[in-house]
Write a protein that binds this ligand. Structure first.
Ligand code: 5GP
Length: 191
């Protein structure tokens, strides 16, 4: 990728930390920012739409994408595969749009390695207890899946210091505003 016109932003945080809610507010406020839609072999949750939250694809379709180098990064998370389709991200960056990749830690490590200029943001929960309560309370996963996600969350939190910015999600509006001002500052400094 040549030096792109838009910013490449990696956005991560443990499952249940409320990162989707914060990001939605950021995307609503920043009209130059787009969310990359990932491909996954996970089954859609109730209310999720193909092409909106994810491209829900089969294992063999995922393998094909990987083989054809169609993914910018990919990882397995709690027994499902997830990956970022390369072309839409390049196209958006080329147009000058800022692109957010909402991905887990292995994806973050791959992107950081390939695109060291990327901006990396990690969302922290106010406390472990709150994270646990949120994850159990949303009712979208089985007990077994919740346990796997909590185990994974513990591992992911250890990577927080590798990110450029750590944002505490004590309040979704406050956290979103903090992110918006970080992005604004970066853009002003790049001018
Ligand atoms: P969920 O199943 O809750 O939608 O996502 C599970 C985890 O996979 C989250 O941490 C999410 O950020 C991550 N994820 C979603 N899309 C991708 C992707 O394209 N690549 C990687 N590496 N992780 C992803």
């Amino acid at each position: 990728m040549s030096k792109s016109k838009g910013l490449l932003i990696v956005y991560a945080g443990a499952s249940g930390v409320g990162k989707g809610t914060v990001l939605k507010k950021v995307l609503e406020a920043d009209k130059n920012m787009r969310l990359s839609v990932s491909a996954t072999t996970r089954k859609p949750r109730c209310g999720e739409q193909n092409g909106r939250e994810y491209y829900f694809i089969s294992e063999s379709e995922f393998e094909k994408l990987k083989e054809n180098e169609g993914l910018l990064e990919y990882a397995t998370y709690c027994n499902n595969n997830y990956g970022t389709p390369k072309k839409p991200v390049y196209d958006m960056l080329e147009k000058g749009l800022d692109v957010v990749l909402e991905i887990e830690i292995n994806g973050f490590l791959q992107i950081k390695d390939k695109y060291p200029e990327c901006i990396t943001i990690f969302i922290l929960p106010p406390s472990w207890e709150i994270l646990e309560k949120r994850l159990k309370g949303r009712g979208t996963e089985s007990d077994e899946e919740i346990k796997a996600r909590l185990d994974r969350a513990k591992e992911e939190m250890e990577f927080a210091n590798k990110f450029n910015y750590k944002i505490l999600n004590d309040d979704a509006d406050r956290a979103a505003n903090e992110i918006l001002s970080i992005i604004n500052n970066i853009k002003n400094n790049n001018k």
